[in-house]
Design a protein around this ligand. Sequence first.
Ligand code: 4AD
Ligand code: MG
Length: 465
Amino acid sequence: MKTPGRTKVAELLSLGQEGTEVTVKGWVRTKRGNKNVAFVAVNDGSTIGNIQLVFDLQNFSEQQLKGVATGACLRATGTLVASQGSGQRVEIQVADVELYGAADPDVYPLQKKGHTLEFLREIAHLRPRTNTFGAVLRIRHAMAFAIHKYFNDNGFLYLHTPIVTASDAEGAGAMFRVTTLDAKNPPVGKDGEVDFTEDFFGRETSLTVSGQLEGELGAMALGEVYTFGPTFRAENSNTPRHLAEFWMIEPEMAFYEIKDNMDLAEDFIKSLVQYALERCMDDLKFLNDMYDNELISRLQSVCSTEFVRLDYSEGVKILEQSGQKFEFPVRWGVDLQSEHERYLVEKHFKKPVILTNYPRDIKAFYMKQNDDGKTVRAMDVLFPKIGEIIGGSQREESLEKLQARIDELKMDTKTLWWYLDTRRFGTAPHSGFGLGFERLLQFVTGMSNIRDVIPFPRTPKNVEF
Ligand code: 4AD
Ligand code: MG
C-alpha cells in the first residue's frame, strides 16, 4: 500500500524525481535563512536524513511561517528540485504549507542540539525525535525483523510462551509478583502468611524471567522453536547492561547437542550483524561518527572471524595468569563478572568467545550434567564491549538426574511436574539459548548504556514513561 497523502523522506531522498510535485509531512529539525529565503529541514522518522524545504519569502508572509520552527509538525507541498546546497541531492521548493502543531521555542526541550544521553533519558517521550534515537529505533526494528526472518528461513516455529507464570525458570528468585490481592489488606491464612489461594489464579504468580521451560515443551513436539518476548527480572542491578524489563530471543531445539547449539548461536548472531551492515548503513554511519569510530569495523570483524570456543576452566586459568588486577578476584568456581569476560574477549583473544562447561553450582538446574560431577554443559557467548550476550546450554534429558538436581536445590517440584513430564515421556537430547535483545542492540549500535537501546527503559526506581 502507498503511504496515504505524502511521500516519505526516505523515498524522496533516494528515488524522488526532480520536477515532480510532492507532499511531505514531518517535524521541523532546523530553520535558517535570510530576508529572501527560509530553509527548513524536516524529518519524518523514515530515515536519518532530512528533506530541505525552501520557502521563497516573496510567496509567504511572516505570519504564515511564524509557527514553522524547531519541533513543529507540518505538511508541505511543492516541487522537488535539484538542491543548490551540498549535503542533499534534492530539496522541495514549497508552494503550500500547513502547520499541524507548533512547538513553543521557549519551552520545547529539544530546541537546541547536543543534549547528553543522560538528559535525553529524562525526556524519553520526546527522544525518538533526535537523530540518535531515530537511528537506534530503526536498527531495533530491523534486528527484530531479521530475527524472525532468520528463524523462518531455517524452519523454526515462533512459539508464544506465557508472560504470567507460576514457576521460576532460572531459580534465581528475582521475580515480579502478579496479584489482584488488596496490597493493604491481603487475606491471611491460619499460618499467618498471605493466603494466595484467594488470589486471581489461586496461587502465587509472577512475570516470567524466561520463556525457556515452555520453549522446551514446544521443542519436544515441534522440533525447532523460538520465543521472542519480554522478560522481567527484579534484581536491583543498576548497571549499563541490566534492565528490569528486557526482550529475549530463546531458540530451543530437539536433537541438538552442545556443539550444534554453539554453531547455531554463532551463525545466528553473525547473520543478524550482517543484516544490520546490509540494511542499516546510514544509521550505523551516523552512530559510528557520533559515538564510536570503531563501530562499523567491529561489526565487520565479528562477521568474518570464527568465535573462540573454550572451557570455563581454561578461561579461568588465563585470567589467573593474566597478571591483571580485577575488582572481583577470579578462581575456579566463581561466576565470571563482565570485567573478566571482557578481558578474555578484548585483551586476550580479541574476538568473541564461547565459554563452555561451567561449574554446576553457579548454573541453573536444567543444564546437562557432565560425567565429571562438577560441571554442566553450559555455554555463554561473550562479546566485545558487552560481556555476556547469550546464555544457554544443552538440557538435562534424564529424568533421574534432573530430579536429583531439583531435590538437591530444594526446588518446589509441585510447580514443575509438567516440565518433568517431557523427560518422562519421549525424552530426547535437546539444547537452547537466550540472546538478550538489548545487549545485541548495544553491540550493533555501539550505545554504551542499555537504557539507550529500548524506547522506554525500566530500571530500579524508573518507570515514568
Ligand atoms: O543467561 P540468562 O539468564 O539465560 C536464561 O534466561 C536462559 N533461560 C536462556 C535460555 O537458555 N533459553 O539470560 C540470557 C541472556 C543473557 O545472556 C543476556 O544477554 C540477557 O539475556 N539478559 C539481560 N539483558 C538485559 N537485562 C537483564 N537484566 C538481563 N539478564 C539477562
Ligand atoms: Mg547468563
